[in-house]
Structure formats: C-alpha cells, structure tokens
Design a protein around this ligand. Structure first.
Ligand SMILES: O=C(O)CCC(=O)C(=O)O
Length: 352
C-alpha cells in the first residue's frame, strides 16, 4: 500500500488529493450529505455505470446477482447488497471478536504493552466493548462498572487494522512469509466466489487462493489516503473488498495520482467490490464515513433478490454460524452504527 503523502495545504495537490479534500469530512458538518448527488451509486440507475454479464462456469462457483462496472474503469466490478444481512452480521461479529485478536496481527501489537495496561489475551476487545454497551443500558451494571477503571492494552479505541493470512507489514511494505495466521474459512470461500466472478469477466483462469486479508476498522473521523496495492506477486488476481457497518465514500482513480477521473463511490454495508484486470493497480482510498440515515434508498431492480444474495445457507455454512447472545447482538448493532469495517482479501503469491 502506498500512502498519498501530499501534505495538507500544499499548492501542488495531485488530482487524487484534490478529490479527497473535496469529499472529506468537515469538522463543522460531520454528517454532511451536500455532495450526495455526485456519488456513483450502484444501488440506483446512473449514466456512469453499466451492468456486466458474467460468463457462466460449470467448475467454479461465481456470484449470480447483478454486477456492475463504471465507464472508463474496466476491471473494476461492483456487486451492491451482495451479502445477506445474516452473512453481514456473521462477518462483522467475526471481525470484532476474532479477526482482530491473536494469532492475527493488529496495529495495537506493533506498540508494546505499557506496564500500567492490562493485556488479557483472546477476545478481550469484544468482551470489553460488550460490557461498555451493557453499562449504557443497564443501571445495575453501571453501579458495578468494571470497564472504566481498567486501562486496556487491546481496545477498539486504538484499533485501526488487523491482518490475516500472510501479514502485511506497513514498515517494510511487504508481506512477511514467516508471519502468517490461518485465513478464516468463511472469508476464503466468499473471496473465491467474487474473485472467480471478476476473473471470468476478464476471461482469465477463475482459480483464486485467498492468502492474505486486511481488515480496516474506521470511526466517523477516519479516512484512508490514496494508495495502490502493488505488493502482491499475483497481480493478475483481483482484490475482493467487503463493506460492513457505516456507509462511506470510496474514491477510485487512475494508475497515477494525477490521472482523471477520480470517482466518488457510495458504498453501503453488504456491498462487494472487485479490483481486477486493468483496474488492479488503480489508486483508491476512503474519503469519509457517511451517516446511516438520509442516504437515497436503493432501487429494488438494481440489487439482488434475497435468493441471489450470498448467504450462509447458499455457502453451505449455516450450521457453522456463531451463536449470538442477546448482548452480542445489541453490542454489534451499536458497533456498526459507529464504525465501518472493510475486509479485503488478496492472493499474494502466484500459483498458491
Ligand atoms: O476501506 C476501503 O474500502 C479501502 C481499503 C483499502 O484500500 C486497503 O485496505 O488497501
């Protein structure tokens, strides 16, 4: 990942940076929607997008719902509302309770635990968040508040990313072949299906090995600068990117930061994008999170009927779903109202 390091205030902003500034969050209008009509919205009819026909395959599972492309961006594919609500909840729950815990790696692990902090091992961030949420709606637990007085080494307040499979190292800008954690099976399967879809459209071999994943955790103040993902060896394989939680403005540009156009795409939870073929190395970033209310609603004929959405049932994974307790359900709903989670999956090495 290459960061857009153009400094704020510079007179020589790249085209990408100028677009990022145009769409960024404004402190005095954090929930601004004044620019909503500019966004490419795959959930609605829009002259800049077109439906893509996915060639059928007998041998590879591919996504059967509607897939779109953007004019001038061959290789970039978008499947709006592709994941069922239950599958979104499952992936979100796994992201907050397991993908961000060991043996996976996070930005928190890069800073050693201070001697006044408590590191209580597995699933502690989720248990802590759940407890905090319970405290906000249970008077009784407020009286026995356990969370506030104990500074935690691992906390959602500090979490911005987790890596799974081959761990991406931002310092060396490389994948660490020796630092590897298991890729979650459900995520592997989902990524294979969307990657095969992208590869079939491109007329390529639909085989895909999901060998690395970055999970981004965004708060309403977050943004991600323009960068391109060019450190994988298998650049002929797409990146599959899943959005969960708060909607957001995703920016897609060209192969340099000065290429025109840079489009602002409205991403909603449950949407899946594929950056493959001629769009594999395009600059992209995330300008800002959007509020959960006030956005245009999706048009029914643009998005899949429930039976075409990817679901745990269609994946044959229904029996393996997490057992949510009521407290988990409530705490997850409040997490997703305040955060966006992006899970992207890559094939790092050719052939495997
Ligand atoms: O959050 C997103 O949609 C983009 C994430 C991304 O670009 C990355 O992790 O490289």
């Amino acid at each position: 990942m290459i960061d857009d390091n153009t400094s704020v205030g510079s007179k020589n902003w790249s085209v990408f940076k100028q677009t990022q500034v145009r769409y960024k969050r404004q402190v005095d209008a954090p929930d601004r929607l004044d620019d909503v009509d500019d966004f490419v919205d795959f959930g609605r009819a829009d002259g800049r997008i077109q439906r893509i026909v996915v060639p059928k395959s007998e041998d590879f599972a591919f996504y059967k719902g509607p897939v779109y492309g953007v004019n001038e961006f061959p290789g970039f594919l978008y499947a709006p509302q592709a994941l069922s609500e239950l599958l979104q909840a499952e992936l979100s729950f796994l992201a907050v309770s397991s993908f961000c815990e060991r043996p996976h790696s996070t930005n928190i692990d890069k800073v050693p635990c201070k001697n006044w902090e408590i590191d209580d091992g597995q699933r502690c961030m989720w248990e802590e968040w759940k407890l905090e949420q319970m405290e906000t709606y249970t008077e009784a637990s407020q009286m026995t508040s356990k969370s506030s007085s104990r500074p935690k080494y691992r906390s959602f307040r500090k979490l911005s990313w987790a890596t799974m499979g081959y761990h991406y190292d931002w310092n060396t800008r490389s994948y660490n072949e020796k630092a590897k954690s298991p890729m979650p099976k459900l995520l592997e399967r989902i990524a294979e299906i969307f990657a095969a879809t992208s590869l079939l459209v491109d007329g390529q071999d639909p085989c895909f090995t999901a060998s690395a994943s970055i999970v981004n955790f965004y708060t309403p103040k977050s943004m991600m600068g323009g960068h391109r993902d060019d450190l994988e060896h298998a650049l002929d394989k797409p990146i599959v990117s899943i959005s969960l939680g708060r909607p957001a403005v995703f920016l897609l540009g060209g192969n340099t930061k000065d290429d025109q156009p840079v489009v602002a795409i409205l991403v909603r939870p449950g949407d899946v994008m594929m950056m493959g073929g001629a769009s594999r190395l395009r600059y992209h970033g995330m300008a800002r999170l959007l509020p959960t209310t006030g956005l245009p609603s999706v048009e029914k004929d643009r998005v899949p009927d429930w039976d075409l959405q990817l679901s745990a049932k269609s994946l044959g994974k229904e029996a393996e779903l997490s057992q949510f307790e009521e407290d988990d359900r409530r705490a997850l709903a409040s997490f997703l109202e305040q955060h966006r989670i992006n899970i992207n999956v890559r094939q790092v090495y050719s052939g495997t």
